[in-house]
Design a protein around this ligand. Structure first.
Ligand code: 5AD
Ligand code: SF4
Length: 468
């Protein structure tokens, strides 16, 4: 089904601009990939549809981190058969991690899918959509070492208006860690770091458009530049040490906040730790996935650190920045996890005092080292479920306590728009907490502005504040 046809770039043909709709699953990298696809389509003459019904081109950007996400796609594709039949010339594309893994197989299994693009081939989307309009069904999932995947045309203004104060900025992609549970090294390929100059240039142009907060992205973001540093060819590749990259970004006029996600605990050198103490724009929040509090489980997960080493890192980071807020990812029910192992996880979460955490039931992913353990050492589903609930209920009290401790303090929020339930302005503080402005706030703060506030109330999921 792979076609050798030349894929032409260019505007979508037709009597009126063709309209696209994007549906995105998964992590922040996927969200940002969708932004990149959106930008490419806008540059190719497409406009954004207001609903799938209005769209001529529908793209699903998929996630395969857990089985549930993958199943979601398959049921979605079932539903999209009627979308596809709902109008002549409708084109359906599938990208992201499932697309990367399945490639051609998706075209074979789902006749309603017109084209498939992998995680290294976003650039091809407009051409694939064009070819699909001419009746060609193509899957392009080749892994590319080329740096050109980072250098896409700058986002047009239609795109940047959505969340004007904040922007994702890719610094590296891929993962070479091969944790035994994780499919990412397969779906995202090898680690590749973007030259610092290109990152700084993009950051500058974002700042000029009013972006105040940069979120540096990478599958293991603080592994940025590590291979080049080790091989002594940092200069040739144009990369820097990660902390040095942050130091340069922090000097850019207009950039008030810098975050990075997700780091691996292994790659915190002294300079990165120190940066949290001496760089004002570097936010006092780190999302630091720990996965488990048990040494035996961490070893089986191939995380390459132990419980004590993780706790030492937390101490180092808080030594540099005492008010640092930490959040984390946790997996329960990894094959062989005992009650005792799980108790160690509960205890570690209390000891660190995470402000928030994302916990997941272990989900075996075909093609990963741990998947074969599930046959002999699986933790029964009801046990997984009970552990998940215990972890989440403990977290709920920790989060609420952390929020309550903030009442009466001052902070600054970067406004995003209306709160989820509407009616209130909402944004994030430097600790990455959602803060809603109370109804008494004047309605004169535009999205993207930084507003000094005083926290007046704590809820389990957010803080309520008044302009200070
Ligand atoms: N099962 C459950 N959770 C997983 N994660 C990654 N792979 C799996 C899996 N196979 C979780 C990890 C990771 C987060 C993004 O998803 O906690 O940090
Ligand atoms: Fe997956 Fe581990 Fe790589 Fe994170 S570091 S993306 S958990 S393999």
């Amino acid at each position: 089904m792979e076609s050798s046809v030349e894929l032409r770039m260019g505007a979508a043909p037709g009597p009126r601009p063709r309209r696209f709709w994007l549906r995105t699953f998964g992590c922040q990298m996927n969200v940002h990939d969708s932004e990149k696809v959106e930008s490419l389509l806008l540059h190719s003459g497409y406009t954004a549809a207001r609903s799938p019904d209005e769209a001529d081109l529908l793209i699903v950007n998929t996630c395969s981190i857990r089985e549930k996400a993958e199943h979601r796609l398959y049921s979605d594709l079932g539903l999209l058969r009627s979308w596809k039949e709902g109008g002549p010339g409708r084109v359906l594309g599938v990208g992201g991690c499932v697309a990367q893994q399945e490639g051609d197989a998706l075209l074979l299994r789902f006749p309603q899918v017109d084209f498939v693009f992998g995680t290294h081939n976003l650039r091809l989307v407009p051409a694939l959509a064009l070819a699909a309009g001419e009746g060609q069904r193509v899957a392009r999932t080749e892994e590319r070492r080329s740096l050109d995947r980072f250098e896409l045309p700058i986002a047009p203004p239609e795109l940047s208006r959505k969340n004007p104060g904040r922007a994702y900025l890719t610094v590296m992609e891929g993962c070479d860690m091969f944790c035994s549970f994780c499919i990412v090294p397969v779906t995202r390929g090898r680690e590749i770091s973007r030259p610092a100059e290109a990152i700084l240039r993009e950051a500058e142009s974002l700042a000029q458009r009013g972006v105040r907060e940069l979120i540096l992205l990478g599958q293991t973001v603080n592994a940025y530049g590590r291979h080049a540093l080790r091989r002594g060819n940092a200069e040739a590749t144009g990369t820097l040490a990660f902390a040095e990259l942050i130091r340069r970004l922090a000097k850019l006029p207009g950039i008030s906040r810098i975050r990075y996600t997700s780091p691996h605990p292994l790659f915190f050198d002294d300079d990165l730790v120190a940066a949290h103490g001496d760089l004002a724009p570097l936010c006092p929040h780190v999302h630091l996935p720990v996965q488990s509090g048990s040494d035996a489980v961490l070893r089986a997960m191939r995380r390459r650190y132990g419980r004590e080493q993780y706790l030492r890192l937390v101490t180092r980071l808080r030594g540099a920045r005492p008010d640092l807020a930490l959040t984390t990812d946790l997996i329960v029910g990894f094959p062989g996890e005992t009650d005792r192992d799980f108790e160690d996880t509960l205890a570690l979460v209390r000891e660190v005092g995470f402000v928030d955490s994302y916990s997941f039931k272990y989900s075996p992913r075909p093609g990963t080292a741990a998947a074969s353990l599930e046959a002999s050492q699986a933790v029964p589903e009801p046990v997984k479920q009970a552990r998940l609930e215990a972890l989440q209920s403990q977290q709920k009290s920790l989060t609420l306590a952390a929020h309550r401790a903030r009442v009466g303090t001052r902070t600054e929020i970067l406004l995003e728009g209306e709160s989820r339930r509407g009616g209130q302005l909402s944004g994030r503080d430097p600790y990455h907490r959602i803060v809603n402005l109370s109804a008494r706030a004047p309605g004169s703060f535009p999205p993207g502005s930084l507003v000094p506030v005083e926290v007046v109330e704590a809820t389990p999921h957010s803080l309520l504040a008044e302009p200070a």
